[in-house]
Design a protein around this ligand. Structure first.
Ligand code: SF4
Length: 311
């Protein structure tokens, strides 16, 4: 494998590209170079191979990327699904290992043998459900099987250990607050990590007309994530909503959550409309978050998903 794709921000952080960016990634995001065959309905791979979400991923030689890596800088390998991708991931992880022990792989389900052979080279694995319910999964990720994804996740946890394996979840694909809360709780109770992403409508994809999730809905899920993963609390549900949220939630709850050092700057949002803060929010941003959360009594999750809209 001669070349790989690198997110634009990561290329800037490595000094491979000069771009004006107000927040550099604290993890280097690279992507396997092939063409994905899975066609998940939200994914930019439908339209452009050099994009993932709203981010451009230019191509560089593997040599260039490895030689610019700083010692122990986390690298996250985003895997597309095509013939031979696993061999490429193994080759990459082998070449990166001398430079950094902090390697994450974000992927579709690999076989049990593959998960075992990958384990000595990486410290974190994410097998991404993306969807909060089986019906949404089957509609939005028809190439995959819900059951196979879940069993692959549980197997990865057995091999990597507690909270070293996990899943990405995309908020705003048509789930209700309770459905997303229950999926997060399932991950937590199986000692799996959970990384929240805000759905991003991309022109040219089948979901281009779906709206971004309401910010209050998203903030409530970030608060729920914090209560579970940072305080070990159990979520309770009433009328389709999480009923035991409180407003004693610190600002770090609204930053990007995932592998250590993962901040994914503006991966699913713009600097003007931030869902996952890639840095600790400023004073004024904290006040904004409080105001966004205050709409707790008039939750504004997407019209199509709002179980009950208070008048
Ligand atoms: S949480 Fe971040 S570093 Fe971890 S797999 Fe996901 S994108 Fe990569």
């Amino acid at each position: 494998m001669k070349t790989i794709r690198v997110s634009l921000g990561s290329a800037a952080a490595l000094g491979l590209k000069k771009v004006r960016i107000d927040c550099l990634p604290t993890t280097i995001y690279i992507m396997t170079p092939g063409k994905c065959r899975a066609r998940c309905l939200f994914c930019s791979q439908w339209i452009q191979r050099d994009y993932l979400s709203r981010v451009h991923w230019p191509e560089f030689t593997v040599e260039d990327v490895v030689s610019h890596l700083k010692k122990d800088q986390r690298v996250c390998i985003q895997c597309l699904n095509y013939e031979g991708v696993f061999e490429e991931v193994m080759e990459l992880a082998g070449r990166l290992q001398d430079k950094t022990g902090a390697i994450s792989v974000s992927a579709h389900p690999f076989s049990r043998e593959e998960i075992c052979s990958l384990h000595p080279y990486i410290d974190r694995i994410s097998i991404n459900m993306d969807c909060a319910t089986q019906s949404l999964f089957e509609k939005i990720k028809p190439y995959y099987s819900w059951k196979n994804h879940l069993s692959s996740l549980l197997y990865a946890k057995r091999i990597f250990g507690a909270f070293k394996a996990g899943s990405h979840l995309i908020v705003g694909l048509g789930e209700t607050e309770e459905e997303m809360g229950r999926m997060m709780a399932w991950l937590y109770h199986h000692e799996l990590t959970c990384s929240l992403f805000a759905f991003t409508p991309l022109p040219g994809t089948p979901l281009e007309k779906v709206k971004k999730p309401d910010i209050t809905y998203y903030r409530r899920l970030q608060a729920a994530h914090y209560l579970m993963y940072d305080r070990g609390e159990t979520l309770r549900f009433e009328n389709g909503l999480i009923s035991n949220l409180n407003d004693d939630i610190p600002p770090e709850a609204f930053t990007t959550r995932g592998c250590p050092g993962c901040n994914r700057p503006y991966y699913t949002e713009t600097p003007r409309n931030i869902y996952n803060f890639p840095y600790t929010p400023t004073e004024s941003q904290r006040n904004l978050v409080k105001a966004q959360l205050k709409r707790i009594d008039t939750p504004g999750c997407n019209d199509s998903t709002c179980p009950k809209k208070s008048q």
